[in-house]
Design a binder for this molecule. Structure first.
Ligand SMILES: [Ca+2]
Length: 490
Protein backbone atom coordinates (compact mmCIF):
# COMPACT_ATOMS: atom_id res chain seq x y z
CA UNK A 1 0.00 0.00 0.00
CA UNK A 2 2.86 2.39 0.80
CA UNK A 3 4.31 1.78 -2.60
CA UNK A 4 1.04 2.51 -4.35
CA UNK A 5 0.48 5.67 -2.30
CA UNK A 6 4.00 6.89 -3.05
CA UNK A 7 3.75 6.04 -6.74
CA UNK A 8 0.49 7.96 -6.94
CA UNK A 9 2.15 10.91 -5.19
CA UNK A 10 4.98 10.89 -7.71
CA UNK A 11 2.52 10.70 -10.57
CA UNK A 12 0.60 13.62 -9.11
CA UNK A 13 3.86 15.56 -8.79
CA UNK A 14 4.61 14.92 -12.47
CA UNK A 15 1.18 16.20 -13.47
CA UNK A 16 1.71 19.28 -11.29
CA UNK A 17 4.97 19.94 -13.10
CA UNK A 18 3.12 19.91 -16.43
CA UNK A 19 0.61 22.38 -15.04
CA UNK A 20 3.30 24.60 -13.52
CA UNK A 21 5.14 24.72 -16.81
CA UNK A 22 1.98 25.74 -18.65
CA UNK A 23 1.41 28.42 -16.00
CA UNK A 24 4.97 29.74 -16.39
CA UNK A 25 4.49 29.92 -20.10
CA UNK A 26 1.30 31.87 -19.61
CA UNK A 27 2.62 34.46 -17.12
CA UNK A 28 5.99 34.97 -18.82
CA UNK A 29 4.54 35.30 -22.28
CA UNK A 30 7.02 32.78 -23.54
CA UNK A 31 6.15 31.54 -26.93
CA UNK A 32 8.26 28.50 -27.39
CA UNK A 33 8.19 26.34 -30.41
CA UNK A 34 5.90 23.36 -30.08
CA UNK A 35 8.87 20.97 -30.30
CA UNK A 36 10.84 22.81 -27.58
CA UNK A 37 7.80 22.85 -25.33
CA UNK A 38 7.25 19.14 -25.67
CA UNK A 39 10.91 18.37 -24.98
CA UNK A 40 10.92 20.52 -21.82
CA UNK A 41 7.64 19.09 -20.63
CA UNK A 42 8.92 15.61 -21.33
CA UNK A 43 12.08 16.21 -19.30
CA UNK A 44 10.18 17.69 -16.34
CA UNK A 45 7.43 15.10 -16.43
CA UNK A 46 9.87 12.25 -17.03
CA UNK A 47 11.73 13.03 -13.82
CA UNK A 48 8.50 12.55 -11.88
CA UNK A 49 7.69 9.29 -13.58
CA UNK A 50 11.25 8.04 -13.11
CA UNK A 51 10.95 8.67 -9.38
CA UNK A 52 7.66 6.77 -9.40
CA UNK A 53 9.28 3.81 -11.18
CA UNK A 54 12.28 3.85 -8.82
CA UNK A 55 9.91 3.82 -5.89
CA UNK A 56 8.00 0.85 -7.22
CA UNK A 57 11.26 -1.08 -7.43
CA UNK A 58 12.15 -0.22 -3.86
CA UNK A 59 14.76 2.52 -4.33
CA UNK A 60 12.95 5.21 -2.49
CA UNK A 61 12.04 4.22 1.05
CA UNK A 62 11.88 7.25 3.28
CA UNK A 63 11.78 9.72 0.40
CA UNK A 64 8.05 10.11 0.17
CA UNK A 65 7.42 9.44 3.82
CA UNK A 66 8.56 13.00 4.24
CA UNK A 67 7.10 14.41 1.08
CA UNK A 68 3.72 12.76 0.90
CA UNK A 69 2.92 11.44 4.37
CA UNK A 70 4.84 13.20 7.06
CA UNK A 71 4.75 16.89 6.46
CA UNK A 72 1.55 17.60 4.61
CA UNK A 73 3.48 20.78 3.84
CA UNK A 74 4.34 19.90 0.27
CA UNK A 75 0.68 19.58 -0.59
CA UNK A 76 -0.11 22.72 1.40
CA UNK A 77 -2.54 20.72 3.50
CA UNK A 78 -3.47 21.30 7.09
CA UNK A 79 -5.45 18.25 8.18
CA UNK A 80 -7.66 18.39 11.22
CA UNK A 81 -6.30 16.34 14.11
CA UNK A 82 -8.36 14.36 16.60
CA UNK A 83 -6.36 12.94 19.50
CA UNK A 84 -8.29 10.22 21.33
CA UNK A 85 -6.90 9.47 24.79
CA UNK A 86 -8.02 6.44 26.75
CA UNK A 87 -7.74 6.66 30.52
CA UNK A 88 -6.72 3.68 32.67
CA UNK A 89 -7.12 0.86 30.15
CA UNK A 90 -4.61 -1.97 29.83
CA UNK A 91 -3.02 -2.80 26.46
CA UNK A 92 -4.79 -6.16 26.37
CA UNK A 93 -8.30 -4.75 26.83
CA UNK A 94 -9.51 -4.19 23.27
CA UNK A 95 -10.86 -6.81 20.92
CA UNK A 96 -8.34 -5.74 18.26
CA UNK A 97 -5.61 -6.53 20.79
CA UNK A 98 -7.01 -10.01 21.28
CA UNK A 99 -9.29 -9.71 24.29
CA UNK A 100 -11.87 -12.46 24.14
CA UNK A 101 -14.61 -10.78 26.21
CA UNK A 102 -14.31 -6.99 25.94
CA UNK A 103 -15.99 -5.60 22.82
CA UNK A 104 -14.49 -2.54 21.14
CA UNK A 105 -16.00 -2.52 17.63
CA UNK A 106 -15.35 1.16 16.94
CA UNK A 107 -11.71 1.15 17.96
CA UNK A 108 -11.33 -2.16 16.10
CA UNK A 109 -12.49 -0.40 12.93
CA UNK A 110 -10.13 2.51 13.58
CA UNK A 111 -7.30 0.03 14.16
CA UNK A 112 -8.02 -1.65 10.83
CA UNK A 113 -7.71 1.75 9.12
CA UNK A 114 -4.58 2.87 11.02
CA UNK A 115 -0.88 2.51 11.21
CA UNK A 116 -1.27 0.46 14.37
CA UNK A 117 1.60 -0.27 16.72
CA UNK A 118 0.68 -3.00 19.19
CA UNK A 119 3.98 -2.46 21.02
CA UNK A 120 3.30 1.12 22.06
CA UNK A 121 4.31 2.55 25.43
CA UNK A 122 3.86 5.57 27.63
CA UNK A 123 6.99 6.48 29.61
CA UNK A 124 4.99 6.62 32.82
CA UNK A 125 1.82 4.97 34.15
CA UNK A 126 0.11 7.88 35.88
CA UNK A 127 -2.45 10.26 34.35
CA UNK A 128 -1.09 13.77 34.70
CA UNK A 129 2.56 13.23 33.79
CA UNK A 130 1.57 10.87 30.96
CA UNK A 131 -0.80 13.44 29.46
CA UNK A 132 1.87 16.14 29.85
CA UNK A 133 4.24 13.94 27.84
CA UNK A 134 1.67 13.37 25.10
CA UNK A 135 0.90 17.06 24.63
CA UNK A 136 4.53 18.24 24.82
CA UNK A 137 6.39 15.30 23.28
CA UNK A 138 8.86 15.52 26.19
CA UNK A 139 9.93 13.01 28.82
CA UNK A 140 8.92 13.70 32.42
CA UNK A 141 12.38 14.82 33.48
CA UNK A 142 12.21 17.32 30.63
CA UNK A 143 8.74 18.80 31.19
CA UNK A 144 8.97 18.64 35.00
CA UNK A 145 5.39 17.46 35.67
CA UNK A 146 6.21 14.17 37.37
CA UNK A 147 3.18 13.47 39.61
CA UNK A 148 -0.53 14.15 39.89
CA UNK A 149 -0.43 16.56 42.84
CA UNK A 150 2.11 18.32 45.03
CA UNK A 151 2.50 16.45 48.31
CA UNK A 152 0.36 17.80 51.15
CA UNK A 153 2.28 18.21 54.42
CA UNK A 154 -0.59 16.85 56.51
CA UNK A 155 -1.97 13.59 55.08
CA UNK A 156 -4.76 13.62 57.67
CA UNK A 157 -6.38 16.68 56.07
CA UNK A 158 -8.85 15.85 53.29
CA UNK A 159 -7.00 16.25 50.01
CA UNK A 160 -9.63 18.41 48.30
CA UNK A 161 -9.58 20.82 51.26
CA UNK A 162 -5.82 20.71 51.50
CA UNK A 163 -5.47 21.59 47.84
CA UNK A 164 -7.52 24.76 48.35
CA UNK A 165 -5.24 25.99 51.12
CA UNK A 166 -3.62 29.18 49.81
CA UNK A 167 -0.44 28.18 51.62
CA UNK A 168 0.10 25.46 49.05
CA UNK A 169 -1.01 27.50 46.05
CA UNK A 170 2.61 28.08 45.03
CA UNK A 171 3.17 24.32 44.77
CA UNK A 172 0.28 23.91 42.35
CA UNK A 173 1.23 27.02 40.43
CA UNK A 174 4.85 25.89 40.09
CA UNK A 175 3.80 22.60 38.47
CA UNK A 176 1.09 24.16 36.34
CA UNK A 177 3.26 26.98 35.05
CA UNK A 178 5.49 24.42 33.34
CA UNK A 179 2.86 23.73 30.68
CA UNK A 180 3.04 27.41 29.74
CA UNK A 181 6.77 27.27 29.16
CA UNK A 182 6.94 23.85 27.49
CA UNK A 183 5.96 23.43 23.85
CA UNK A 184 2.46 22.01 23.40
CA UNK A 185 0.66 20.64 20.38
CA UNK A 186 -2.16 23.25 20.41
CA UNK A 187 0.29 26.13 20.77
CA UNK A 188 2.57 24.90 17.99
CA UNK A 189 -0.39 24.16 15.72
CA UNK A 190 -1.85 27.62 16.39
CA UNK A 191 1.19 29.01 14.57
CA UNK A 192 -0.12 27.15 11.52
CA UNK A 193 -3.57 28.69 11.89
CA UNK A 194 -5.21 25.89 13.88
CA UNK A 195 -7.93 26.37 16.43
CA UNK A 196 -8.05 23.79 19.22
CA UNK A 197 -10.42 22.37 21.80
CA UNK A 198 -9.75 20.66 25.12
CA UNK A 199 -12.28 18.14 26.40
CA UNK A 200 -11.99 15.58 29.18
CA UNK A 201 -8.95 15.09 31.38
CA UNK A 202 -6.77 18.17 31.78
CA UNK A 203 -4.64 18.78 34.85
CA UNK A 204 -2.89 22.01 33.98
CA UNK A 205 -5.46 24.56 35.15
CA UNK A 206 -7.52 26.44 32.60
CA UNK A 207 -7.40 24.96 29.09
CA UNK A 208 -5.83 28.17 27.81
CA UNK A 209 -2.65 27.53 29.80
CA UNK A 210 -1.88 24.63 27.48
CA UNK A 211 -2.42 26.77 24.40
CA UNK A 212 -5.95 25.57 23.54
CA UNK A 213 -8.07 28.26 21.92
CA UNK A 214 -11.22 26.77 23.50
CA UNK A 215 -12.13 24.06 25.97
CA UNK A 216 -14.25 22.84 28.82
CA UNK A 217 -11.93 22.88 31.85
CA UNK A 218 -11.89 26.07 33.96
CA UNK A 219 -9.21 24.76 36.34
CA UNK A 220 -10.32 26.90 39.29
CA UNK A 221 -9.46 24.97 42.49
CA UNK A 222 -12.11 26.92 44.42
CA UNK A 223 -14.72 25.40 42.09
CA UNK A 224 -13.40 21.86 42.22
CA UNK A 225 -10.76 22.26 39.53
CA UNK A 226 -8.16 19.52 39.65
CA UNK A 227 -8.01 17.18 36.69
CA UNK A 228 -10.66 18.39 34.30
CA UNK A 229 -13.77 19.62 36.18
CA UNK A 230 -16.41 20.51 33.56
CA UNK A 231 -14.37 18.72 30.92
CA UNK A 232 -14.94 15.39 32.62
CA UNK A 233 -18.55 15.41 31.43
CA UNK A 234 -17.45 14.71 27.88
CA UNK A 235 -18.35 11.26 26.66
CA UNK A 236 -20.16 10.32 29.85
CA UNK A 237 -22.81 12.98 29.21
CA UNK A 238 -22.64 13.11 25.44
CA UNK A 239 -20.33 14.84 22.99
CA UNK A 240 -22.24 18.00 22.13
CA UNK A 241 -19.48 20.47 23.21
CA UNK A 242 -17.05 18.66 20.91
CA UNK A 243 -19.59 18.56 18.08
CA UNK A 244 -20.24 22.30 18.50
CA UNK A 245 -16.52 23.00 18.22
CA UNK A 246 -16.15 20.89 15.10
CA UNK A 247 -19.17 22.60 13.51
CA UNK A 248 -17.66 25.97 14.33
CA UNK A 249 -14.26 25.05 12.85
CA UNK A 250 -16.01 23.79 9.74
CA UNK A 251 -18.10 26.94 9.35
CA UNK A 252 -14.99 29.12 9.75
CA UNK A 253 -13.04 26.84 7.39
CA UNK A 254 -10.25 26.55 9.95
CA UNK A 255 -8.15 23.45 10.61
CA UNK A 256 -8.67 22.14 14.12
CA UNK A 257 -6.98 20.11 16.83
CA UNK A 258 -9.26 18.20 19.22
CA UNK A 259 -8.16 16.77 22.56
CA UNK A 260 -10.69 14.06 23.39
CA UNK A 261 -9.68 12.64 26.80
CA UNK A 262 -12.88 11.44 28.47
CA UNK A 263 -12.72 10.02 31.98
CA UNK A 264 -13.21 6.57 30.42
CA UNK A 265 -12.82 3.75 31.25
CA UNK A 266 -11.41 5.49 34.35
CA UNK A 267 -13.24 5.24 37.70
CA UNK A 268 -15.98 5.76 38.73
CA UNK A 269 -16.82 2.44 37.11
CA UNK A 270 -20.50 3.20 36.60
CA UNK A 271 -21.30 1.97 33.08
CA UNK A 272 -24.80 2.07 31.58
CA UNK A 273 -26.83 -0.93 32.71
CA UNK A 274 -27.49 -2.00 29.10
CA UNK A 275 -23.72 -2.55 28.61
CA UNK A 276 -23.02 -3.92 32.08
CA UNK A 277 -25.60 -6.71 31.87
CA UNK A 278 -23.69 -8.51 29.14
CA UNK A 279 -20.46 -8.62 31.15
CA UNK A 280 -22.09 -9.64 34.41
CA UNK A 281 -23.13 -12.83 32.65
CA UNK A 282 -19.63 -13.48 31.32
CA UNK A 283 -17.30 -12.87 34.26
CA UNK A 284 -17.65 -13.95 37.90
CA UNK A 285 -16.31 -10.73 39.44
CA UNK A 286 -18.80 -7.81 39.35
CA UNK A 287 -15.88 -5.36 39.67
CA UNK A 288 -14.20 -6.84 36.58
CA UNK A 289 -17.54 -6.84 34.72
CA UNK A 290 -17.95 -3.13 35.50
CA UNK A 291 -14.44 -2.32 34.26
CA UNK A 292 -14.99 -4.33 31.07
CA UNK A 293 -18.27 -2.49 30.49
CA UNK A 294 -16.45 0.82 30.96
CA UNK A 295 -14.05 -0.16 28.16
CA UNK A 296 -17.02 -0.79 25.86
CA UNK A 297 -18.63 2.49 26.92
CA UNK A 298 -15.43 4.37 26.04
CA UNK A 299 -15.38 2.61 22.68
CA UNK A 300 -19.00 3.60 22.07
CA UNK A 301 -18.18 7.31 22.55
CA UNK A 302 -15.22 7.00 20.17
CA UNK A 303 -17.66 5.58 17.62
CA UNK A 304 -19.98 8.57 18.11
CA UNK A 305 -17.08 10.97 17.56
CA UNK A 306 -15.78 9.19 14.46
CA UNK A 307 -19.30 8.92 13.02
CA UNK A 308 -19.83 12.65 13.48
CA UNK A 309 -16.60 13.45 11.63
CA UNK A 310 -17.75 11.14 8.84
CA UNK A 311 -21.24 12.66 8.69
CA UNK A 312 -19.82 16.18 8.56
CA UNK A 313 -17.78 15.15 5.52
CA UNK A 314 -14.47 15.76 7.32
CA UNK A 315 -13.08 12.20 7.45
CA UNK A 316 -10.81 12.50 4.41
CA UNK A 317 -9.07 15.55 5.86
CA UNK A 318 -8.84 14.45 9.48
CA UNK A 319 -5.98 12.64 11.18
CA UNK A 320 -7.05 10.42 14.08
CA UNK A 321 -4.46 9.47 16.68
CA UNK A 322 -5.06 7.10 19.59
CA UNK A 323 -3.22 6.25 22.80
CA UNK A 324 -4.16 5.36 26.38
CA UNK A 325 -2.49 7.40 29.12
CA UNK A 326 -1.77 4.34 31.30
CA UNK A 327 -2.96 0.82 31.98
CA UNK A 328 -5.36 -0.72 34.48
CA UNK A 329 -5.79 -4.26 35.75
CA UNK A 330 -8.89 -4.55 37.92
CA UNK A 331 -8.52 -6.46 41.17
CA UNK A 332 -11.26 -9.12 40.88
CA UNK A 333 -11.57 -9.51 44.63
CA UNK A 334 -12.30 -5.91 45.49
CA UNK A 335 -15.85 -4.57 45.53
CA UNK A 336 -14.91 -1.33 43.79
CA UNK A 337 -12.31 0.09 41.43
CA UNK A 338 -8.96 -1.09 42.74
CA UNK A 339 -6.07 -1.89 40.49
CA UNK A 340 -3.61 -4.73 40.77
CA UNK A 341 -0.04 -3.85 41.75
CA UNK A 342 1.42 -4.54 38.32
CA UNK A 343 -0.76 -2.06 36.46
CA UNK A 344 -1.38 1.67 36.95
CA UNK A 345 1.54 3.51 38.61
CA UNK A 346 3.90 0.58 38.03
CA UNK A 347 6.72 0.11 35.51
CA UNK A 348 5.20 -3.19 34.34
CA UNK A 349 3.44 -3.80 31.04
CA UNK A 350 0.03 -3.53 32.70
CA UNK A 351 0.91 0.10 33.44
CA UNK A 352 3.00 1.37 30.54
CA UNK A 353 2.02 -0.59 27.43
CA UNK A 354 -0.74 0.67 25.09
CA UNK A 355 -1.68 0.36 21.46
CA UNK A 356 -0.77 3.52 19.55
CA UNK A 357 -2.40 4.27 16.22
CA UNK A 358 -2.63 6.98 13.65
CA UNK A 359 -5.06 7.11 10.75
CA UNK A 360 -5.64 9.42 7.80
CA UNK A 361 -7.82 7.90 5.09
CA UNK A 362 -6.08 7.81 1.72
CA UNK A 363 -2.88 9.31 3.11
CA UNK A 364 -1.57 6.87 5.70
CA UNK A 365 -1.55 3.24 4.61
CA UNK A 366 -3.16 0.93 7.16
CA UNK A 367 -0.68 -1.51 8.67
CA UNK A 368 -0.59 -3.57 11.85
CA UNK A 369 2.92 -3.52 13.30
CA UNK A 370 3.52 -6.05 16.07
CA UNK A 371 7.29 -5.62 16.29
CA UNK A 372 8.34 -1.98 16.28
CA UNK A 373 8.68 -0.29 19.65
CA UNK A 374 7.03 3.12 19.79
CA UNK A 375 6.30 5.62 22.53
CA UNK A 376 3.82 8.36 23.28
CA UNK A 377 6.75 10.79 22.89
CA UNK A 378 6.42 10.08 19.15
CA UNK A 379 2.86 11.39 18.86
CA UNK A 380 3.69 15.12 19.03
CA UNK A 381 6.39 15.10 16.33
CA UNK A 382 4.22 12.91 14.10
CA UNK A 383 1.23 15.25 14.32
CA UNK A 384 3.37 18.36 13.88
CA UNK A 385 4.95 16.98 10.72
CA UNK A 386 1.62 15.86 9.30
CA UNK A 387 0.33 19.41 9.82
CA UNK A 388 3.42 21.08 8.38
CA UNK A 389 4.30 22.67 11.72
CA UNK A 390 7.90 22.99 12.93
CA UNK A 391 9.10 20.30 15.32
CA UNK A 392 11.05 21.77 18.28
CA UNK A 393 14.64 20.52 18.26
CA UNK A 394 14.48 19.20 21.83
CA UNK A 395 11.67 16.71 21.16
CA UNK A 396 13.13 13.23 21.66
CA UNK A 397 10.48 11.32 19.67
CA UNK A 398 10.45 10.29 16.03
CA UNK A 399 7.79 10.43 13.33
CA UNK A 400 5.67 7.27 13.58
CA UNK A 401 5.38 7.22 9.78
CA UNK A 402 9.13 7.30 9.19
CA UNK A 403 10.08 3.63 8.97
CA UNK A 404 13.79 4.40 8.71
CA UNK A 405 13.83 6.53 11.87
CA UNK A 406 11.87 3.85 13.73
CA UNK A 407 14.26 1.14 12.58
CA UNK A 408 17.25 3.19 13.72
CA UNK A 409 15.90 3.57 17.25
CA UNK A 410 16.49 0.29 19.04
CA UNK A 411 15.42 1.20 22.59
CA UNK A 412 12.61 3.05 24.32
CA UNK A 413 12.63 4.38 27.85
CA UNK A 414 10.45 5.36 30.77
CA UNK A 415 10.43 6.78 34.27
CA UNK A 416 7.96 6.15 37.10
CA UNK A 417 7.39 8.57 39.99
CA UNK A 418 5.39 8.73 43.16
CA UNK A 419 1.78 9.92 42.82
CA UNK A 420 2.54 13.09 44.79
CA UNK A 421 5.44 15.39 43.95
CA UNK A 422 7.50 15.70 47.13
CA UNK A 423 9.45 18.78 45.99
CA UNK A 424 7.91 20.81 43.16
CA UNK A 425 11.16 22.71 42.66
CA UNK A 426 13.03 19.42 42.14
CA UNK A 427 10.31 17.16 40.71
CA UNK A 428 12.63 14.32 39.73
CA UNK A 429 13.39 13.68 43.41
CA UNK A 430 10.20 11.57 43.55
CA UNK A 431 11.60 9.08 41.01
CA UNK A 432 10.86 5.41 41.80
CA UNK A 433 11.92 3.46 38.69
CA UNK A 434 13.49 3.85 35.29
CA UNK A 435 13.00 1.27 32.56
CA UNK A 436 14.33 0.39 29.11
CA UNK A 437 13.01 -1.95 26.44
CA UNK A 438 15.37 -3.10 23.71
CA UNK A 439 13.99 -5.67 21.28
CA UNK A 440 12.38 -8.36 23.40
CA UNK A 441 14.22 -7.38 26.59
CA UNK A 442 13.04 -5.10 29.36
CA UNK A 443 15.05 -3.91 32.31
CA UNK A 444 13.40 -2.23 35.31
CA UNK A 445 15.76 -0.32 37.61
CA UNK A 446 14.38 0.84 40.97
CA UNK A 447 15.78 3.82 42.84
CA UNK A 448 15.34 1.96 46.15
CA UNK A 449 18.55 -0.08 46.62
CA UNK A 450 16.58 -2.68 48.58
CA UNK A 451 14.47 -3.54 45.55
CA UNK A 452 15.83 -5.81 42.82
CA UNK A 453 16.66 -4.76 39.28
CA UNK A 454 14.45 -6.94 37.06
CA UNK A 455 15.12 -8.30 33.58
CA UNK A 456 12.35 -9.85 31.46
CA UNK A 457 12.08 -11.39 28.03
CA UNK A 458 8.79 -9.88 26.84
CA UNK A 459 8.46 -12.20 23.86
CA UNK A 460 8.50 -15.30 26.04
CA UNK A 461 7.00 -13.68 29.11
CA UNK A 462 4.70 -10.78 28.09
CA UNK A 463 3.21 -10.43 31.57
CA UNK A 464 6.60 -10.36 33.34
CA UNK A 465 6.12 -13.38 35.55
CA UNK A 466 9.66 -14.80 35.32
CA UNK A 467 12.65 -12.49 35.91
CA UNK A 468 15.75 -13.59 34.01
CA UNK A 469 19.25 -13.76 35.53
CA UNK A 470 21.63 -12.51 32.85
CA UNK A 471 24.27 -10.17 34.36
CA UNK A 472 25.95 -9.19 31.10
CA UNK A 473 22.67 -8.25 29.39
CA UNK A 474 21.58 -6.42 32.55
CA UNK A 475 24.85 -4.41 32.52
CA UNK A 476 24.50 -3.56 28.86
CA UNK A 477 20.90 -2.38 29.22
CA UNK A 478 21.75 -0.48 32.41
CA UNK A 479 24.48 1.41 30.57
CA UNK A 480 22.08 2.39 27.79
CA UNK A 481 19.49 3.45 30.34
CA UNK A 482 22.05 5.65 32.11
CA UNK A 483 23.14 7.12 28.78
CA UNK A 484 19.51 8.13 28.15
CA UNK A 485 19.06 9.69 31.60
CA UNK A 486 20.93 8.81 34.77
CA UNK A 487 17.99 9.52 37.09
CA UNK A 488 19.84 12.13 39.11
CA UNK A 489 17.64 14.95 40.39
CA UNK A 490 18.58 18.34 38.97
CA1 LIG B 1 -4.99 7.52 33.50
Amino acid sequence: MDTIVAAKAAARAAIQQFKKFRYLEAISGLSLKWETRMILRGVIGGVGWMVAILWVFGFGPGLFVDAAESTGESAGTRPNVVLILGDDQAWTDYSFMGHSIIRTPNLDRLASQSRLFTRGYVPTSLCRPSLATIITGLYLHQHGITGNDPALPDPKVNAMIGRRNPKYARFYETLMHRIETDPTLPRLLAERGYISFQSGKWWEGNFSRGGFTAGMTHGDPMRGGRHGDEGLKIGREGLEPVFDFIRQAKSEAKPFFLWYAPLLPHAPHNPPQRILERYLKLVPSPAVARYYAMCEWFDETCGQLLQFIETEGLASNTVIAFVSDNGWIQDPNMPDHHFMPRSKRSPYEGGVRTPIMIAWPGKIAARRDENTLVSSIDIAPTILQLCGAPVPANLPGVNLLDDQALAKRTSIFGEIYDHDVADVDHPTKSLLYRWIIQGDWKLIVPVDPNKPTELYNLLQDPHEQHPVADPSRTDQLRQELDAWWDGQAE
